[in-house]
Design a protein around this ligand. Structure first.
Ligand SMILES: C[S@@+](CC[C@H](N)C(=O)[O-])C[C@H]1O[C@@H](n2cnc3c(N)ncnc32)[C@H](O)[C@@H]1O
Length: 209
């Protein structure tokens, strides 16, 4: 997807210098509120549903594809959703450098790239280093929600969580269920895969309380 020149990502694109270190999220959002983070937020379809349904919460989406990040930031600007920020960057690095311990009320990972070839498995998001960072930045009892269409990646995830051993694994419940959504998470990949009749695999990994 080429970067479209008519997009206006500011003010929803969050640009922070590497040297800024750990962020004060109350300052970022100009208010104290629960913060939820989506990794690989694409064009922002899930966060748009969430931000509309839960205006009392703050949301961050991290997306490393420049064009998608710009599209999503522009989208939230058009909706005047001042409680959403999009980061154009690599998630694990950004979490490590910029997020304080016990900061997040929820993490969301929907349809992460499966990297199916064995020699590419090391590129997968869900691995021990990611679980360590997630455990560090989530508040006690906060959930990490995951959905994938990829059976083998899901088995890899279950194995990785079992080996890590510090999350409680629960059945998936859509974070949008309370507002009557008739989809799991409403992302572009979910819509595409529903049309292809693909099965979905999902879980919640909850930090102990
Ligand atoms: C398969 S797409 C899914 C997008 C969206 N979640 C959906 O369900 O429609 C995966 C997205 O995650 C982004 N991504 C993959 N690894 C990432 C990482 N380490 N940090 C930030 N974004 C990442 C990709 O650029 C891509 O937009």
């Amino acid at each position: 997807m080429a970067l479209k020149s008519h997009l206006i990502p500011e003010p929803n694109l969050l640009n922070v210098a590497d040297s800024a270190g750990i962020l004060n999220l109350e300052q970022v959002f100009s208010r104290a509120a629960p913060v939820e983070l989506e990794i690989g937020s694409g064009k922002g379809a899930f966060l748009l549903q969430m931000a509309t349904a839960f205006p009392e919460k703050n949301f961050i989406g991290i997306e490393w594809a420049n064009a998608y990040a710009a599209y999503a930031a522009d989208r939230f600007r058009r909706h005047s959703h001042n409680h959403v920020r999009i980061v154009n960057g690599e998630a694990l690095w950004w979490m490590r450098v910029h997020l304080a311990d016990t900061t997040l009320d929820a993490l969301h990972v929907y349809f992460p790239d499966p990297w199916p070839k064995s020699r590419h498995h090391k590129r997968r998001l869900i691995q021990k280093s990611f679980l360590q960072q997630s455990l560090r930045i989530l508040k006690p009892a906060a959930p990490l929600h995951i959905v994938t269409d990829h059976a083998e990646y899901f088995e890899h995830m279950r194995h990785t969580f079992a080996e890590f051993g510090q999350f409680n694994i629960e059945p998936f419940i859509s974070p949008l269920r309370s507002v009557g959504a008739d989809f799991l998470v409403g992302t572009n990949f979910e819509k595409k895969y529903v049309a292809e009749n693909r099965p979905f695999y999902s879980l919640i990994a909850r930090k102990p309380g």
